[in-house]
Design a protein around this ligand. Structure first.
Ligand code: TYM
Length: 331
């Protein structure tokens, strides 16, 4: 059996450079080695309030971004989570396997519920990791490439899969987490102590995959740097510059040492100017393709239909086994 990769992005807006470097970019390479399922996780997106119109557009935008970065629909299955109802069913079941204490330890829930307060947070936001476990376990996934903010969720998935197998008999493959050494947590350009995120209050901190060249230049030239000068990589002492260097590394393929050498004796201004140009150059073909798919959404439909059918086929079989193992329904 070929090893299987599963991963996903929430359709809460165009992906940003953090999503790209932390996740999407790796997928493009890995699609040659694995059977792949790339999901647009709309049911996860609605764990915080969403405008229905934006959801529809956001879902197509993620599909466009998947293709624009280089995912090949002939090699991988691209589909929308809510079109495969088995995700919801197994998500519920995972909620019966998980313990309250385990769910309460999830840092993403703690962070996301901080703003509106725990009492006012949705039950779905709390149950989010159970649905994510279902996404992964449905497909006998062996590898889950994600940014490091998803580490805890993948660890919980492993725990729930093992618990289910121990209790009901071998049913799920236990997946491995795949995290990159550099780039698993791209930080905000405006607040380098926070990760780059769509919810960043400062729009200048986040580069979106569909930003135009001048917007990218503007954001990078305004990026916060560290108090002492010099383009050297040090995560603790120079977190802001380390972040910018990591972005440079991913845009050009140059190693961090090569980048240090290239900018020896140069200041932040020169470095940022060069960084802006390499980001613009790297993203230009992606932005162009996103625009194409936005103008021709029908090009996405076949891909999403095919992905949905392939995913449903696998998910349906797995759910038959799960129901059987648990004694649900009739024979
Ligand atoms: P989401 O939509 O928040 O993010 C998608 C992917 O991008 C990564 N990422 C980052 N990587 C580096 N630096 C950043 N600043 C950064 N911000 C985001 C995320 O780690 C993720 O890999 N729960 C997931 C979606 C999901 C999923 C799944 C993923 C649902 N089911 C099953 C894998 C497998 C999420 O919210 O991703």
């Amino acid at each position: 059996m070929q090893d299987l990769l599963f991963s996903g992005v929430k359709p809460t807006g165009m992906p940003h450079l953090g999503n790209y470097i932390g996740a999407l970019r790796q997928w493009v390479t890995l699609q040659h080695e694995y059977e792949c399922y790339f999901c647009i996780v709309d049911l996860h997106a609605i764990t915080v309030p969403q405008d229905p119109k934006n959801m529809r557009q956001g879902t197509l935008d993620i599909a466009a971004a998947y293709l624009a970065v280089g995912l090949d629909p002939k090699r991988c299955n691209i589909f929308i989570q809510s079109e495969v109802p088995e995700h919801t069913e197994l998500g519920w079941i995972m909620g019966t396997i998980a313990k309250m204490g385990e769910m309460e330890r999830m840092t993403q829930f703690k962070d996301k519920s901080k703003k509106g307060g725990r009492e006012r947070s949705g039950l779905g936001l709390f149950a989010y990791p159970a649905l994510m476990a279902a996404d992964i376990l449905l497909y006998d996934t062996t590898i889950v490439p994600v940014g490091d903010d998803q580490t805890q969720h993948v660890e919980l998935t492993r725990l729930l899969g093992k618990r289910f197998n121990d209790h009901f008999g071998p049913t799920f493959t236990i997946p491995e987490l795949l995290i990159q050494k550099h780039g698993a947590r791209i930080m905000s350009l405006a607040h380098p102590e926070q990760k780059m995120s769509k919810s960043d209050e400062s729009k200048n901190g986040v580069i979106m995959l569909d930003d135009d060249a001048d917007t990218i230049r503007h954001k990078i030239m305004r990026a916060v740097t560290d108090s002492d000068s010099g383009i050297t990589y040090h995560e603790e002492k120079k977190p802001a510059v380390a972040n910018l260097m990591t972005i440079y590394h991913h845009m050009t393929g140059e190693t961090l040492e090569q980048i240090e050498k290239r900018f020896t004796g140069k200041g932040y201004g020169d470095f940022k100017k060069s960084l802006a140009e390499v980001v613009v150059e790297h993203l230009a073909p992606i932005t162009k393709k996103i625009k194409h798919y936005r103008e021709h959404p029908q090009d996405l439909m076949n891909v999403l239909d095919h992905g949905r059918d392939a995913a449903r086929h696998v998910a349906r079989e797995k759910m038959k086994l799960v129901r059987d193992r648990m004694g649900l329904g009739r024979n």
